[in-house]
Design a protein. Sequence first.
Length: 161
Amino acid sequence: MSESVQWLLIVAGLCVSGILILFIIRQLRLLRSARQDRDAREARHSRQRLHLVESIQVLARTMLEDQVELSEGCIRIKVLLDNLAPELNEDPRFQIFQKMYESMEHMPTHEARQQTDKRFVRKLDHQRFRLERENQQAIRDAARALLALDWATLGARRDYA
């Protein structure tokens, strides 16, 4: 083999090595970026999850301390549970939230409530208050159970919007 062919092969080998080194560096950067994105997503997930848990616990406490109407607390907790740990809707201890939600979902809220006839709103309020009285013990028991729940084991891998 001539000396010029040897030099040509050496140069070709160095070029291939250089291209491979650039490819490896690019892949490492992509991996690092993907890892950072995953870590940021997991941190955001943890913050959102913690916020949901804290919101549920605050609502449960305020319901037990009569600082919020039981019906309002049930609706809010049901929505939060749907986002945090929907499997709890199947737990008999917490089915009262679903029951109350379904019993009141036809009732107008916010602006729709303001635009509804006042007599009709009063009729709906009486219906809502009757539901609260009939289910007061079950609601309070469910609120206490939420406060006693080990949140670290529930819904840990769920993605939040």
